[in-house]
Design a protein around this ligand. Structure first.
Ligand code: ATP
Length: 503
């Protein structure tokens, strides 16, 4: 699995999807740049989300709030006091870790043992193997599972009670060693705030301390009344936004899964108090459907309902995705109560209430939020789309099976040879199509190699222009996923691509 992940990272670089930031200066940790193809794929994912969430919902509108916000925002939201990670240092290696992640990694190792047992048993029992029954009854596996559950429960409790001494005690009891030095010589656990600070204003005394926003949601909350009034919105309604967020993450590995600068796509849905449970369930279902619409298969997704809730939530769940390194959070759906709006009321002294004409009363609405990381979504799609296929003739091909709607380039136009007027006709076709789609021209190498290049690039269609094209105005369309080829009239190409890339 590590191998697959390495291939994903290498492929993303080789085909102009993702580069390490400031690479010529040896990079900046957990910061990445999107290349010519990555920027297109990212934009297409953002558009796909925006279309589903804003364009197709009569009662959801989108905004674009600034990254800088008044510093009191982050007091009201709870980020100044509570947006912390518990950190621990190893005294020998001088390396810093997130204490909760060390414990979770330890549990993942126990989970690895369970997987080993499952594999062994599957081999032993062959077709008769019943995995669920095995997991529920095998004494060794049950014991491992109990261990994991016990550890995570204790970790959750200590974090919830801010009992950092117990988190340290847990690490010591489990005998967790520093992955670098192998030593068990740990410092105490300390809280570390994840927000990046900066200053507004030129002179030292008049400068104002600001934060780079750690989430886009607050830009929506502070604009709640502006949008509600100017848009004459009636509850229930939603406000959506996409944009950059910044977190000084400590465990910054796993490529674009966890970055210090990343992009979020969030929607806050404002509802009548008391109806939040119903909307929460509805948004869970709606968001899962959105993911499934991309066609990667339901077994790649699962819900993780939170038992331990953040201070603002009365229900929360993650949609987890099967990344190359296992199931991990891709999107969060949170029932945030009236926490945010009420808190902004308190700190700003301004009323943030809605007059409900049906009830003939004013109230602070409750909020159900859907929050997804664009970069994480990018990684989910990219890693699942990247495949190596064995072909009938024994060779293999690397193919990036991106959903056509998201592919950076929809078609490549390839003249069979570089002469006889074929390049001219190819360019003519491109000029015609480029008003609707990203289309590229490629005349280098034999056509088979060009097909492979486009496979690896994720281009769903290759349009080959040959001598027959000059006579009857037809071209060969070659499909990326099936490698099937068909003869199509040039006039019909646009409609064919359009049908494939339409949502
Ligand atoms: P995690 O537990 O993985 O740190 P979180 O629970 O802190 O995530 P939220 O605050 O709920 O995440 O943010 C919503 C979404 O934003 C997440 O589901 C994820 O897709 C994305 N996200 C959060 N932090 C990062 C990051 N550092 N890099 C990339 N995406 C992120």
């Amino acid at each position: 699995q590590e191998d697959i992940f390495k291939k994903v990272v290498a492929h993303a670089k080789e085909y102009g999807y993702v580069f390490q930031s400031s690479e010529i200066y040896d990079g900046l940790s957990a910061v990445y740049d999107y290349g010519q193809n990555g920027a297109e794929l990212k934009k297409n994912i953002r558009d796909y989300w925006w279309k589903a969430m804003v364009q197709l919902h009569e009662n959801i509108v989108g905004i674009d709030a600034a990254i800088f916000m008044h510093p009191t925002t982050w007091k009201a939201s709870g980020h100044v006091d509570a947006f912390n990670d518990p950190l621990i240092d190893n005294k020998d290696s001088k390396k810093r870790y997130r204490a909760d992640v060390l414990v979770e990694d330890h549990c993942a190792k126990i989970e690895g043992k369970i997987e080993k047992e499952v594999k062994k048993a599957a081999k032993r029992f062959g077709d008769a193997f019943d995995k669920d029954q095995f997991l529920a009854t095998n004494p060794r596996v049950v014991k491992y599972q109990e261990q994991i559950d016990g550890i995570l429960k204790r970790l959750g409790k200590s974090l919830e009670n801010e009992d950092l001494a117990d988190v340290k005690a847990l690490i010591e009891e489990l005998g967790i060693v520093c992955p670098i030095s192998g030593s068990k010589n740990w410092t105490d656990v300390k809280q570390f705030n994840l927000m990046f600070g900066t200053k507004l204003g030129a002179s030292a005394d008049s400068a104002m301390d600001l934060y780079l926003r750690p989430e886009t949601a607050q830009g929506i909350f502070v604009n709640f009344l502006n949008v509600q009034k100017t848009g004459r919105m009636k509850i229930p309604f939603g406000i959506a936004q996409t944009g950059k967020a910044f977190r000084n993450e400590i465990v910054a590995r796993q490529f674009v899964f966890r970055m210090r600068e990343f992009e979020q796509m969030e929607m806050q849905f404002f509802v009548r108090p008391g109806s939040q449970k119903e909307w929460y369930e509805k948004w869970k279902e709606t968001r899962l459907k959105w993911h499934l619409s991309l066609g990667f298969g339901a077994d790649n997704y699962r819900f993780h309902d939170h038992e331990k809730l953040a201070h603002y939530a009365d229900a929360a769940a993650d949609i987890e995705f099967k990344f190359p390194f296992g199931f991990k959070e891709l999107e969060g759906i949170h029932s945030r109560t009236d926490f945010d709006l009420s808190s902004h009321e308190k700190f700003s002294g301004k009323k943030l209430q809605y007059f409900d004409p049906e009830l003939n009363e004013s109230y602070v609405p409750y909020v159900v939020e859907t929050s997804i990381g664009l970069d994480r979504m990018f990684l989910a799609i990219f890693s699942k789309a990247l495949q190596e296929e064995e072909l009938e003739n024994g060779s293999t091909r690397t193919v990036l099976k991106l959903p056509a709607v998201l592919a950076p380039t929809k078609a490549a136009v390839l003249p069979l040879v570089k002469k006889d007027g074929l390049p001219d006709l190819a360019h003519k076709i491109i000029e015609d199509l480029r008003w609707d789609f990203n289309v590229i021209y490629d005349e280098k190498d034999a056509v088979g190699r060009r097909y492979r290049r486009q496979d690896a690039n994720g281009t769903p269609f290759c349009i080959t222009v040959d001598h027959q094209s000059l006579e009857d105005n037809t071209v060969t369309i070659r499909h990326r996923d099936t490698m099937a080829q068909e003869r199509v009239a040039i006039d019909a190409v646009r409609a064919m691509i359009k049908e494939a890339v339409d949502i």
